[in-house]
Structures are given as C-alpha cells and as structure tokens.
Design a binder for this molecule. Structure first.
Ligand code: MG
Length: 318
C-alpha cells in the first residue's frame, strides 16, 4: 500500500535535504516546492515552508532517516510528523454510531469557513426527521466529509427542497468589524451556533435531539454565551457528529454549499483564483490581491485577524 508521511523540518535539516537530493531531483518542481526527487520507490517533495512529503510503499524508511536527522540537529524541538496509514486506522476506530440518536428526529448544526483566510463563515442548523433518513442515505449524505464540491453542488438543491434549515453567513466585512483579534474563534462559533439553533427550534417542534459537533467542552461553550440573552441549552454534544448524525451532516454540507457559492463569487469578482485554508499559498495570493487592489481590499474578502495578514504585509515590504 502507498503510504504518505509528512515531516516538518527546520532550516538546517532543509539544507541537508537539498544537498542530499540534488542528484535525484526530478526535472519538474511542483508549486511552492524546492524540489521533488526519487528515493528508491519513494517520491520526496520538500516545500519552501519546510514541509517534507514522502510518498511510496516504503516511505517510512525514507522518512525515518530525516526524522532522525531533524531530531539530531534540533534536539530541543519536537518533531512533527503525520502518517496516512496510522491516521486512517485511528479515524475508523473512533466512530461509534448511537442508533437512538441516528434514527431520531433531530436538529443538528455545523459550520464552515472558520479555518479559511478568504471567504465568509457559514453556520447552518438542519432538521431531519425519521422519514428523511433513507432518502439522505441514498443521496450520499452519510459520508459527508468525503463529498467533493461537485457532488455537493449537485445534491444540496435536492436536500433543501425536502428539509428545513436555517443558515447564517457572516461576511468578511462583518467579521472584521465585529471581531477584533482578541475574540476567540470558538466564541464566534458558539454565538452563531446558538443563533441558528434558536431559529430552527422556534420553528420546528417535533424533535428528539439537538446535536452540535463538539468544538469546545460544553461548559466552555456555555461560558462563551454567558452575556447572550437567549441561550439554547438542551444540546447533545458529540465529537465527529457529522459522521454520527444526519442532521449535522446536512448542516455541514448545506454550509459548504453556501460557502462554495460565496467563495467562487469572490474569486470571480477579483479575477484571481482564491485558495482555501490559511497556508503559504494563501499568503502568495494575498500579495497578488493587495498589489492589484490595495491593502483595504482584504477587509472585504479575508479574515484580517488571521496571521496571514501580517505575512502578506511582510512579503510586500520585502
Ligand atoms: Mg464541525
């Protein structure tokens, strides 16, 4: 089986890798990479960020050597690695479905965009009855995490014809006005989840459970809401709720649907393809945008409290 191992290397290990792989380099270098090279049956890619990716049947052997070099050269640092094989096993073990909740009438909520520098935050609550379950399973909602954007664009219009939901889109402008850098993202999530849950539980009466994907311990969640007048409290918090409860899965993919639409509108208006997430490729695109439209543009299209803003400014000033 093909294994992917990633390793974060420090500057000194990076230099050693560059020297070591010089003669094994492939002629083509992927975007943001320093090189891509062959090491027996393993393909090694080193990125400017210091991320090294080893892919192949014996990737672990190739990666192990560099994990040891990183440890040797930087004894005080903790070595960060991930292994696709181990990760898969871990994720499979954790999901235990409670049939009482899965086969109930439930309201679930989920959000997207909180880890993306560009684009809004979207939070949705969705109501799924026992009668909706087989339709939702058939259409592919159960493995919501594995759904591609194309599939989401195809199935969400069919889902929202059948089920009740409520969404809030927090635009970048609103986010930047309301939320300064000292407000924590989990607090924003709690406030928005509470809003969408209040709205839907007011409208719908026949539900057995209200399920929220646990992004903070329940007492922390309610502590974030201590100054808010209407707090919905009868919540079942669950980790990986998206995999265990179809109303959360629906809430997740409806949020993603709205996010995808908003995101492509932003890209179109800018004439620049925006990347998701908050990695270095996001910084590169941020630089392009600022050069084309000025720094104020970020207020309209990005979450300026993210560290990316500083990195973009640094890159422009250098
Ligand atoms: Mg979630």
């Amino acid at each position: 089986m093909k294994v992917t191992i990633t390793l974060k290397v420090s500057e000194n290990t990076k230099q050693e890798m560059i020297e070591f792989f010089e003669e094994f380099k492939r002629p083509k270098t992927p975007a943001y990479a320093i090189f891509q090279a062959d090491d027996a049956d393993t393909v090694v890619t080193l990125y400017e960020s210091g991320k090294a990716v080893f892919q192949g049947i014996s990737a672990d052997i190739s990666a192990q050597m560099w994990i040891e070099r990183e440890r040797h050269l930087n004894p005080l640092k903790k070595v960060e690695t991930t292994n696709s094989e181990k990760k898969e096993k871990k994720e499979k073990e954790k999901i235990v479905i409670n049939p009482k909740i899965y086969y109930s009438n439930s309201i679930g909520s989920d959000e997207v965009g909180t880890g993306d520098y560009f684009g809004p935050i979207v939070v949705t609550s969705a109501y799924v009855t026992k009668e909706d379950i087989s339709f939702l399973e058939e259409i592919g909602v159960k493995d919501s995490k594995k759904l591609t954007d194309e599939k989401i664009l195809e199935i969400v219009p069919k889902i929202i014809k059948k089920i009740k939901y409520y969404s809030i889109v927090l635009s970048n402008k609103e986010y930047n006005q309301k939320y300064s850098s000292d407000i924590n993202m989990n607090k924003i999530k709690a406030i928005l989840h509470n809003k969408v849950l209040n709205n839907l539980t007011n409208e719908v009466k026949n539900y057995d459970y209200v399920v929220v994907d646990e992004f903070a311990k329940p007492y922390v969640y309610f502590n974030y809401l201590k100054d808010i007048p209407n707090v919905y409290r009868k919540i079942t918090f669950m980790t990986k709720a998206e995999d265990k409860c179809l109303s959360v899965a629906c809430a997740s993919i409806i949020s993603r649907y709205i996010f995808i639409k908003e995101f492509s509108k932003l890209s179109e208006n800018l004439g620049i393809l925006l990347p998701k997430g908050a990695s270095t490729s996001v910084d590169e695109v941020g630089v392009k945008i600022v050069k084309k439209y000025g720094i104020e543009k970020l207020d309209e299209i990005a979450k300026v409290s993210f560290k990316n803003t500083e990195k973009i400014k640094e890159k422009i000033n250098n």
